[in-house]
Design a protein around this ligand. Structure first.
Ligand SMILES: Nc1nc2c(ncn2[C@@H]2O[C@H](COP(=O)(O)OP(=O)(O)OP(=O)(O)O)[C@@H](O)[C@H]2O)c(=O)[nH]1
Ligand SMILES: [Mg+2]
Length: 472
């Protein structure tokens, strides 16, 4: 990262702990002046990696606070530079005074994320790990925090490096084979090559699964509520968000705009979207609402198709094939006479509904009665099951292999790399200009490099580290 190395010549400082009163507050200093600053403030020559309990002094040697000073020498520190941590009392005035004292000694205020940026520049961590530090601090659920720790400690990066080395090896082989292309033996026709490319593609698929799950935990899903007019869509949005944001009436076609609500379930963010009821209409305004509803459905991560328990009829859905959807029977309280105590509808009605759902959309082709969720916003019945279901879509409780916290840019890079490898695989399999496979693999490598930050532009780095909190 030679272009950035120059900024590490100065010494930076910041309050590293959160605002407000606390038992302890930390001022962190990093850079070549850290040792001198330690000496100026403590009056002592500090032993490295030792907790020294002593007074922190002003310039006139008056005591400013009493606390613990810790010194780390480069490269064995968070940033890879000399680092001083002054642990004082956690009041904002006393910490401000301590920080001012440090600045007086020649440090400057750190920008947000600058400590982690230096750790990256000094090769202590790669870019994906640096981003995970910020995601760990920001994580709003235990699952997201666990996924962030996994990425921060380098599991995600290691998996990427593993595919990288496979890619490099295969590329080297291909390029060597091209040099021999005049020879008798056609190295490029070796079926082992395609086999190896296949394994690479498989690894990308695995990586994408784990990273997508992490990205869902971090950013949440966009869940669109769709259905016929009056199915109870707006009521469900209000019930999930706990706000009265959408207008609810018994008039069909009440909602005409697309309404968004941001909610958190067990700390997991979700974007819930209410839409206009899907029906044939002559009303131009309502028709525009329906067009918008269809666009919202197309942009969704998941669709909740709401069916009123009284009518049990589905709209014409038109959902793209790959888009996952859940069938939700609403107003189950109104079906009480027919439903059992748990709100389960009579068998023949369920069978009819399943049949209709299966013909309305491919996503319901293997739908079974157990996977239909019944709710009533009036009695609250089924609402917990629905929330659990939404959480399971995010992979909140999944004890699977373990998600890696990831961002949209990581997913984009991984899928670019996967597609380039697939293209290489195709060439090797069909012997369609196999010499171009090496170039496809090079593209895959470039895409992967952008995840770990090997060749990234300063603009991207500025954007990533600028979103950190100060002191990290
Ligand atoms: N009994 C009962 N009534 C409900 C329930 N959910 C919604 N309703 C009623 O059903 C009617 C329609 O509700 P909305 O939430 O406006 O339905 P919608 O699907 O948004 O309707 P449009 O915006 O017109 O497409 C209102 O009178 C609601 O009070 C429920 O769980 N039980
Ligand atoms: Mg509505």
């Amino acid at each position: 990262m030679s272009g950035l190395a120059s900024i590490t010549t100065d010494t930076i400082a910041a309050i590293a702990t959160g605002a407000g009163k606390a038992g302890i507050g930390v001022v962190r200093v990093s850079g070549p002046l850290a040792v001198d600053i330690a000496h100026a403030i403590t009056g002592e020559t500090l032993a490295v990696r030792h907790a020294h309990y002593l007074p922190f002094q002003k310039e006139d040697q008056q005591t400013l606070d009493v606390g613990i000073a810790l010194l780390f020498k480069a490269p064995h520190s968070y940033t890879g530079e000399d680092v001083l941590e002054l642990q004082g009392h956690g009041g904002s005035v006393v910490l401000d005074m301590l920080l001012s004292r440090v600045l007086e000694c020649g440090a400057r205020m750190a920008r947000p994320g600058e400590f982690t940026e230096r750790a990256f520049i000094n090769d202590k961590i790669d870019l994906a790990q640096a981003e995970a530090v910020s995601d760990l601090i920001d994580s709003s659920s235990v699952s997201a925090a666990q996924a962030a720790v996994r990425s921060m400690s380098g599991e995600f990066s290691k998996s990427i490096v593993a595919v990288q080395s496979e890619l490099t090896a295969l590329r080297a082989w291909l390029e060597a084979a091209l040099d021999f292309s005049e020879e008798e033996i056609d190295f490029l026709a070796d079926p082992q090559l395609a086999k190896r490319a296949e394994l690479i593609v498989e690894q990308f698929e695995l990586l994408l699964d784990r990273a997508s799950q992490g990205q869902r935990l971090r950013e949440g899903l966009t869940i669109v509520i769709a259905g016929m007019t009056n199915a109870g869509k707006s009521s469900l949005l209000n019930a999930l968000s706990g706000e009265d944001s959408a207008i609810v009436t018994d008039i069909e076609g009440t909602t005409r705009d697309v309404l968004h609500e941001q909610i958190t379930l067990d700390g997991v963010p979700m974007h819930i979207v209410d839409t206009a009821g899907l029906r044939d209409t002559q009303d131009a305004v309502e028709q525009e609402g329906i067009n918008r509803a269809r666009r919202a459905i197309d942009a969704a991560d998941h669709v909740l198709v709401l069916v009123d328990a009284e009518r049990l009829s589905l709209p014409s859905l038109d959902i793209a094939d790959g888009l996952p959807a859940t069938l939700v029977v609403s107003k189950i309280d109104l079906a009480r006479n027919e439903a059992d105590a748990d709100g389960n509808l009579p068998d023949e009605q369920v069978q009819q509904l399943l049949h209709d759902a299966q013909s309305a959309a491919k996503q319901f082709s293997d739908l079974s009665a157990e996977r239909v969720i019944s709710v009533s916003v009036k009695t609250g019945q089924g609402m917990d099951s629905l929330k659990q279901h939404l959480l399971s879509l995010v992979g909140h409780d999944a004890q699977v292999e373990g998600a890696f916290i990831a961002r949209r840019r990581h997913l984009d890079a991984l899928s670019k790399a996967k597609h380039a490898s697939l293209a290489a695989l195709d060439r090797l399999r069909t012997s369609d200009m196999p010499e171009l496979a090496a170039e496809e693999l090079r593209q895959a490598q470039l895409a992967l490099d952008s995840v770990t930050g090997r060749f990234d532009s300063e603009d991207l780095l500025g954007e990533i580290f600028g979103s950190f909190c100060i002191g990290k």
